[in-house]
Every structure is written in C-alpha cells, then in structure tokens.
Design a protein around this ligand. Structure first.
Ligand code: AOF
Ligand code: ZN
Length: 338
C-alpha cells in the first residue's frame, strides 16, 4: 500500500519535466526512511543529473540511506550515457531497498539495472503502479520500441461532427478560448507539430504555444509545391520550421519517410493538427497512438465532416474544457509500447 503512495509521488515529480526532458524520459524519485520522505527529486533536462541523483543528494544525513527505500518510476540506469550510472550511486550509499515502477526498455538498460542491484544484495521490487509508469513515458517507450515518434492526431469538431460549418469561412473557431489555451499546453508537451498545405494557407497558423509557458515544438509544414509564403507566421522566429518537400521525402511515401527522418533527429513525439486530408492519411495507415478531439457544444448542421475512424476498438476518455469536451481516444492495442 505505502509503496503505491510513494510511487505516486514519483510520478507527480516526474511530470514536472514534461516537455523539457526530451529525448530523455520523465523520472521522479523519493527516498523514504521510517515512513518519512527524506529526499526527493526529478529529472529536468537531458545531460543533467537523473532523478535518483537529485533524490539522494537531497538527503541531509547520508547515513540514513542504508536503512532507506528509494522509489523511482523507471529502472535505474547502469550505463554511462551523458551522466554516470545511477546504480553506482545507489550501491555506493548502500541503499537497502529499491522500488521500481517499470523496466526501462531502452536497449542500453533493459533489465541490467535491476540485475545489478539484485546481484549486489539490494532488496528490489519491480512493477509498482507499472501501468501508470509506462503511461507517463509512453512517448519514450514508443520511440524506442517502434522506432518512430509517438503520434497524436488532434482536431476540433462541432457537437454533430463537423470540422467547419461554412466552406467559405473555414477558420471560423470551432472550440472555445479555454480549449485553445489547453491546446497550447499540449503543444509544449510534444516535440514536433505537423500541418498540411491547405491548413497553412487558409488558417496561417503559428503553431506555437504562446498561450502557455513552455517550449514550442519543432514545426513541420507539408508543402511540396512551396505554396506557403515565408512571410506566414509558421516561418517566424518563434521556433524552427522544416518544410516537407521533395528534398526530404517522396510524395508517395511521405509519412513513412518523415517518421524515419524524425527518428534520425531523435524526435520522440508528433502532434498532427490537420487538415482533414493529412489526418486521414495517418488514420488510413493506422499510424497513430492517440486521437484528441475538442468536441464543441454547438451544432453546425452541415459543413466539412471530421475524419472518421473505428472507435469500437478504442478507449475513449472525455475531459471537459468549459463548454467544450476533450475526447481522447486510444487504440486498444497493448502492443502499443513494446
Ligand atoms: C534520465 N533521467 O532520471 C533516468 C534515466 O545520457 P544519460 O546519462 O542522461 O542517460 C539517459 C538514459 O538513462 C535514458 O535514456 C534512460 O534510459 C536512463 N534513465 N534517464 O534522463 C532519469 N533515470
Ligand atoms: Zn540514471
């Protein structure tokens, strides 16, 4: 029971790094002595200390570590990356017990940290809140298991399922202001963002997260014919932009080639924000891990129908955003990460 409570605290701490740790995972750690948290920390940025290091450093009386339990949502590393192995530090301080949320499926770790600790005589428990711990790092795990970024398809639709009411006024707002701000928060959480030519032409979006504090994602613009003028917002200085054209990919196979390119660039997540044709191409290839629909309260009666896909084999969650509802739909595919 207590293990779960402390693991929840690890997850809470880990989430503070959302959007800033790329390409590294979200990790939080706490050190517990006699049912008291005596140190805690989380990973902030690639190249800087891991969560376990922060948690151990925060313990004032290091002697207590030999009688303490260290909790961490991801298996401690046992390799030299940009920073030294956390297992070394844990063993150096003779931490008595280590509770781990999930194995780190990254090929450089993959159980070796757990084995190392066990071999050295540490009491190790693995799998506390495992599903939650896999969920929080679903981008990291998908990237390493599938060799492509975690893909989120996003659009807004009316209560009766239309993306726009009037084809002559295509950028009439479907969702409300609060949803827009929420979308900007979402953008800070992903590493890249994609739109098609038509959307870029009609809406002139900036694709930044200016209504929320955080990083702007890398902007990807599908534009084989260079129709989008460089004076458009998408080319401003707020964030880097890559034009997807024949120099980068072939038209017939652009999604697969783009995903390979993003993998090579170490881009772990992608949010696709339209338009309809681009979204439908991802759906047709079954290349998505999440669909996020901002469902407005208003009825349009007619217009451009939102993309259709099979919801029967998917998990649907609804979150209210004022008068709008956010629906999150995930394919019921347990092979999602591994
Ligand atoms: C993190 N933060 O808190 C934990 C990680 O290059 P390095 O040394 O930072 O190593 C990165 C790898 O270490 C990462 O891919 C993951 O497998 C493992 N654990 N990473 O960034 C942490 N515990
Ligand atoms: Zn580590």
């Amino acid at each position: 029971m207590n293990d779960k409570v402390y693991m929840l605290r690890c997850l809470e701490l880990a989430k503070k790094g959302l959007g800033t740790t790329y390409p590294n995972p979200l990790v939080g750690s706490v050190v517990v002595h006699n049912n008291c948290i005596i140190g805690e920390g989380w990973h902030r940025k690639a190249g800087t200390p891991h969560a376990e290091v922060h948690a151990i450093r925060a313990v004032k009386n290091k002697e207590l570590l030999a009688e303490s339990t260290l909790y961490v949502n991801l298996e401690p590393c046992n390799h030299h990356g940009k920073t030294p192995p956390c297992c070394d530090l844990i063993l150096e301080h003779r931490v008595k017990r280590v509770v781990i949320g999930t194995i780190d499926y990254h090929s450089l770790v993959n159980g070796s940290g757990i084995a190392r600790l066990k071999d050295a005589g540490v009491a190790v428990t693995v799998g506390v809140l495992e599903a939650e711990c896999q969920e929080i790092n679903r981008r990291f795990f998908t990237f390493h298991a599938k060799g492509r970024p975690y893909i989120i398809l996003k659009w807004a639709e009316s209560a009766d399922g239309f993306m726009t009411a009037d084809p002559n006024q295509p950028n009439f707002p479907v969702s409300n202001k609060l949803s827009k701000q929420f979308l900007h928060k979402m953008r800070t959480e992903e590493q890249s963002i994609l739109v098609g030519t038509r959307t870029a032409l009609i809406d002139n979006p900036s694709l930044t997260a200016r209504m929320w504090k955080g990083n702007n994602p890398l902007r990807l613009l599908l534009d084989f014919e260079h129709k989008i003028p460089t004076k458009n917002f998408i080319f401003d200085d707020a964030a880097p932009t890559i034009r997807i054209d024949h120099d980068l990919v072939s038209r017939e196979n652009w999604i697969a080639e783009l995903l390979t390119y993003l993998k090579e660039q170490n881009v772990q997540s992608l949010i696709v924000e339209g338009g309809k044709q681009v979204l439908e191409q991802f759906i047709a290839l079954k290349l998505f891990d999440e669909v996020r629909i901002f469902k407005s309260a208003s009825y349009f009666g007619n217009g451009l129908l939102a993309p259709q896909f099979d919801k029967s084999d998917a998990k649907v969650e609804a979150v209210g955003a004022s008068t709008d509802k956010l629906l999150t739909i995930r394919p019921n595919d347990t092979s999602n990460y591994f």
